[in-house]
Design a protein around this ligand. Structure first.
Ligand code: TXA
Ligand code: MG
Length: 316
């Protein structure tokens, strides 16, 4: 079943039911080595999925600060797993990724199940994530029996994945909770080499060529997108971060600019608004079948880290 969360739509199944988990991997065409996030609806469920007695003492205080201040919300914590969690959910890893979403429909659905729902984003493996029910219907269609429509996802990018299993907390995937918000609570965090679980296993959401549209995509900084000629790029789509950047590019080019499609992620250059519009905009552009999407990177702060991570991995 597909359901809305504040980040992106998820494809959910009871985590304690291996047959349900197998169906998720099947519907997404997802490799079995890519572990799932377990969603809970209340703090009391945490101990049923994670074995906190195995947690390094230095991260106990950070864990409670993060839970108190950033849950419910777009933050996933990688913790030692409970024995009851099937290997299929964690791809055989000794850790489990847990998240308490800030979305009423999601939480009510989880509460109606066993209280712990494994859910990856509801898209075919490697493709753009869904931020609306229509995206799920378009991408997975017959492969899902039911889609709960909760309207557009408010945050628009997936949760930040933070590893607490290797001593020093490390971000494995930048996402909807800004690094700054985490560091304000627990001090400096490492940015993932993408290696969790003592380096045994990269976080597969960090694979290159993930979150990709069908159209080829190239990322640019402000200067390099400004220098692109609309005539040479005729038939392409330009995704500007803000209005100022598009104006700078448009200046003095006259009607030439009509040769390409242009879109702005956030008029005022707000990374929160830009993140909320990112996947919806890429889905829309992709449907126009442009020759190429030229995307301008966001500033490397706030949700800009998550936006840039998704854009870089959508490159081809
Ligand atoms: O916002 C989200 O996180 C969405 C919504 C539906 O909650 N879910 C989502 O799931 O993005 P998915 O499966 O698309 O991404 C899960 C990420 C992957 O990068 C996976 O590798 C990582 O979490 N992950 C899961 N378990 C892990 C573990 N034990 N150790 C390291 N990384 C893990
Ligand atoms: Mg995903």
């Amino acid at each position: 079943m597909a359901f809305p969360t504040e980040t992106v739509y998820g494809l959910g199944g009871d985590v304690f039911n291996p047959a349900a988990l197998a169906k998720i991997f099947e519907a997404k065409g997802r490799p079995r080595f890519d572990p799932l996030i377990v969603h809970i609806a209340e703090l009391g469920m945490l101990e049923k999925v994670a074995d906190l007695s195995l947690l390094d003492t230095v991260v106990r205080k950070p864990l409670s600060l993060l839970m108190e201040n950033l849950w419910p919300g777009p933050l996933t914590l990688v913790l030692p797993k409970q024995k009851a969690i099937p290997d299929l959910a964690t791809s055989g890893l000794p850790s489990v990724a847990v998240r308490l979403p800030a979305h009423d429909t999601a939480r009510r659905l989880i509460a109606l199940s066993t209280g712990a729902v494994a859910a990856p984003s509801a898209n075919p493996f490697g493709y753009l994530s869904p931020t609306r029910a229509e995206h799920v219907a378009q991408m997975l269609g017959e492969k899902v029996d039911l889609i709960l429509d909760g309207g557009p996802s408010r945050v628009g990018v997936e949760s930040t994945v933070l590893n607490l299993c290797d001593g020093q907390p490390a971000i494995l995937r930048p996402g909807g909770t800004p690094k700054e918000a985490i560091e304000a609570l627990i001090g400096q965090v490492a940015i993932g080499s993408g290696l969790a679980n003592n380096g045994a296993m990269p976080s597969p959401g960090l694979l290159k060529n993930h979150y990709a549209p069908r159209s080829p995509l190239t990322v640019h900084d402000g200067e390099s997108i400004r220098s692109l000629s609309p005539l040479k790029e005729s038939g392409a789509a330009f995704l500007f971060f803000d209005t100022a950047s598009r104006s700078a590019w448009q200046d003095g080019r006259g009607d030439e600019v009509e040769a390409v499609t242009t879109v702005i992620l956030s008029g005022t250059g707000d990374t929160v608004e830009a993140a909320a519009r990112l996947f919806q905009t890429l889905h829309e552009l992709d449907r126009l079948n442009p020759k190429r999407i030229h995307a301008q990177l966001a500033p490397e702060q706030g949700l800009g880290l998550a936006i840039n991570d998704r854009l870089r991995r959508a490159q081809s």
